[in-house]
Every structure is written in C-alpha cells, then in structure tokens.
Design a protein around this ligand. Structure first.
Ligand code: F6R
Length: 261
C-alpha cells in the first residue's frame, strides 16, 4: 500500500487523474471503476478539463462501472448513483451511456441483482483502476462495518450514520433510502489497481483505522491492506491522525520520477 499525503484534495486529484489518463492512453477500452459522493469531485473535474485540453485522449471506448446504487431509485432519479455519475463525469468525458454500468436498484429480483452485476463486471473484463472514497465509519462502497471481507455484490442496509452523512444530497434524511446494492469487498479486491481518495478531518479516524489499524470487518476499508496494488491519496487533514505520516512523506519525496503510482 502506498500512502501519499499532499497539501490539498486538488493535488490528490492531479495524481489520480494522471494515472487514469495514462491508462486510457495505453488501453483505450479501459474499465474505470467510479465512486460517487463528494470526495472524487475534484478528480472528476480535473479529468473533464484534461479531456478538453488533450485532443488525443478519447474515452469513447472506456467502460465506467459503479460501486453501488440505492434500492428504489430508478436510473433517471437525480439522486440515483447512475444519474449522478453521468452528470458529474461520464457524459462530459464522452463515455456512451451503454458503457456505464451500475447495479439496478429497481430490479424485480433484487436478491439476484448482485449476481447479474458481477457477471456484467466479468463480461467487461474486470476493473483496471477503481476509484474509492471512505465513509466516516470506515465503509468502502456501501460495505458497512461488519461486512464480510470476502463479500460479493449484494443488498445491504445503510447505518443511521451513513444515511445522515448522505442526507445533504437529498435535503432530508428521511428521503435517503435504507437499502443499497453494493459491490462486495471481495469484488472490489479484484480490481487491478485501487485508488482511495480522502479529504478533510471528518475522514481522519477512518483513514487511520483503514491504513494503520488491524485488518477487520469492523473497518471495512482495512481490507485494502490485503490488495497488492493500492494507492491512498490523502489531503493534510485526512492524514492528520496517521502515526507514520513522516515515513509516507519521506517515501513520496524520494520516489523515482519514472515509477508512477
Ligand atoms: C459512493 C461510495 C461511498 C462513498 C463514501 C464517502 O459510491 O461508495 O463509499 O465513497 O460514502 O462519501 P463522500 O465522498 O461523499 O464523503
């Protein structure tokens, strides 16, 4: 796991965007795993700027796969994650709608929707780079504390804390769905490169538990410690509780320029 501490979330976005652009240049049909929420917004804005300033960069053959979706919100609902990612990223990048994949929160057979989505992920060839945020309770995608470390895409119930955290998108906590479909932690671990972004003091404890705590279902994001290629990009505030911060800064400062993340 490589932990990178930078002054601002824009600096983190720049590093992640460079990795994604390099991937798309070398593999035009890359599969990009995308997260929703506030954290990746600077990255998505930076990617959109990059697409406009580099005429040789095309996302026309890229597939975007979502981590999760609210149960009960159709694809046209403005707060559905599918509609959100189209509005914030994929439409502006020129990724065709049929190449944007998400669990269907209105599927008739919700019990088997996870299996259908897993088959879809396999059909596109698996995820090359997966962008991740972290919940203030340590959740990854919508795998809340207690989630099996080998879980697959399935239905989950959100904690009261996550519903409160996400109420800002809905205006009222009562409108936040109780249930979601989410990639499992085992599913996420199959992506070839995981990039976790975190910013702000509200994430500092969860980041510390995930990066320096024990591997435990009580902090689902700690499962990242099990993956061979993880980059954790943190702004100063999100990194404020890390006990080995000095070492992470030292390794970044001395990293060979050719290495990339
Ligand atoms: C969203 C997702 C969640 C968020 C997390 C952080 O697709 O999977 O795990 O990444 O809840 O949300 P923000 O970035 O809004 O703090």
């Amino acid at each position: 796991m490589e932990v990178v501490i930078l002054p601002t979330s824009e600096d983190c976005a720049e590093i992640a965007a460079t990795a994604i652009e390099r991937l798309v240049h070398t593999k035009p049909s890359a599969v990009l795993g995308v997260a929703t929420g506030s954290t990746p917004i600077p990255l998505y804005r930076r990617l959109i700027r990059g697409r406009h300033s580099d005429a040789s960069l095309s996302y026309a053959n890229v597939h975007a796969v979502l981590l999760d979706e609210y149960v009960g919100l159709g694809r046209e609902h403005p707060q559905s994650y599918r509609a959100t990612i189209r509005q914030e990223l994929t439409d502006a990048l020129g990724i065709p709608d049929h190449q944007v994949h998400a669990p269907d929160g209105t599927a008739e057979d919700l019990q088997h929707e996870g299996q259908r989505y897993e088959a879809q992920l396999a059909a596109v060839g698996g995820v090359d780079i997966q962008i991740l945020g972290i919940g203030s309770d340590g959740h990854l995608a919508f795998n809340e504390p207690g989630s099996s470390l080998t879980s697959r895409t399935r239905l989950k119930t959100l904690t009261a804390r996550t519903r409160e955290d996400n109420a800002r998108f809905f205006g009222n906590v009562n409108d936040v769905p109780h249930h979601v479909l989410t990639q499992g932690l085992g599913t996420i671990l199959e992506a070839r490169h995981l990039i976790l972004l975190a910013s702000g003091t509200s994430k500092a404890q969860a980041v510390r538990d995930a990066v320096e705590g024990p591997l435990t279902a009580q902090c689902p994001a700690s499962v990242l410690q099990w993956h061979p290629h993880v980059t954790v990009l943190l702004d100063r505030d999100a990194a404020s509780l890390l006990s080995r911060a000095e070492y992470y800064r030292y390794t970044w400062a001395h990293k060979p320029a050719w290495q990339g993340i």
